[in-house]
Design a protein. Sequence first.
Length: 471
Amino acid sequence: MVEPRILILGGGPAGVGAAWQLARQKKARTVLVERGAAFGGNAGSFECFGQRLDFGSHRLHPATDPQIMADIRGLLGPELLDRPRHGRIRLLGKWIHFPLKPVDLLLRLDKSFAIGSLKDAIRKKLPGAPAEGDTFASVLHANLGPTICEHFYFPYAVKLWGRSPEELSGIQARRRVAAGNFGKLMRKVLSAVPGMKRPGAGRFFYPRRGFGQICEAYAAEAARLGADLRLSTSLVGLWRENGLWRAEVEGPAAREVLEVEHVWSTIPITALARAIRPAPPREVLESCERTTFRAMILVYLQVPTARFTEFDAHYFPGADTRITRLSEPKNYAALERPADTTVLCAELPCAVGDLHWKQSDEELGRLVAEDLSRAGIPLPAAPLAVATRRLGQAYPIYLNGYEGPLELLDRWVGQLPDLVSYGRQGLFAHDNTHHALFMAYSAVECLDGARFDHAKWARFREEFKTHVVED
């Protein structure tokens, strides 16, 4: 039997994971196109300032599906490190360890915050507790009370998604907030107590040469097994002709048209719809406009010190800073070199084209330095250099009523023969890397000869909806 030809759009985890599985199982002849210069997408890594840096803070969580974890271990071997989590959150001017620890909470948590949270927890047990409702604000307010919401989740939401909590869907809270009620919050805290820890609690996995090493390993092994993987190659157009898909792609040398039986797309579903010829109906294009992503600027500061702090990540939920998180890559992989410098990565959510998006690297470097001084952790000296990376589609924004336009768009794409949209961008989902890989493995499982089992895929889609982001 001749293996079907499959074109995979996008070389992030969902793309390279599927390419490897298809080649490994000899299920298809695969061509993967990635517009970037390296595999991994937002989960990739790159060289800068003498270090391997990631696009923000990334970890491989112990919640990863066992088979996927076994595969990653097999691909990376001793390069996959088992590391303790050691971050902290700035809350009402005080630093609290993250993941949360009982002793640390007792010693450091602002007393008014602790008392207010306790009162909220008691009120929740009394008659007349507020209903959840359908917004991010109402869901968290009903489950966590006003203290935690107003001092932590609500200001963080405004920074992260650029909208008020009342404008965001309740689904955003259910999919994005792992500790979405007092019971879950207490379990997280108690998981740090010896004897009560669940397997992997307080730890993560991280490749020695940056998080992108995971996708690079998948891609290298897929290529070794015969998959055709192409970097710096963009999709120009996609159309159906004589029962086959034809994709015009532009690579470093020239444009060409690829002819395949199946298309598996991990690029943003909005970009996929706009690439299809003839153009989708007007209502589908309008749905694309109403399916929006939050952008992110990553600001990298090279600092003249061996180590900035002992922590891998700092979280800034408060409105007094503009950045949301600061990570130090050397601490993720326990690196000692470079010996005299370290790099800090600050995450600044924004909108494409806004004031921050248009600022120069030098201006953004000063912004980060100001925020760190305001937070009580000033830079030891002026940065030696500043670099930035701009991500136009960092997070999906679940506005109230977003489900309607997304469902219309998803249904239209789903009706196209022999085409599947999946992955974080393809399903407009809040997910981790291990979730994207699970989607890739699931898609491969649905391929039966030349036929894609859409009934099985629908069951997997329901499972994907249960994924909650691990922070």
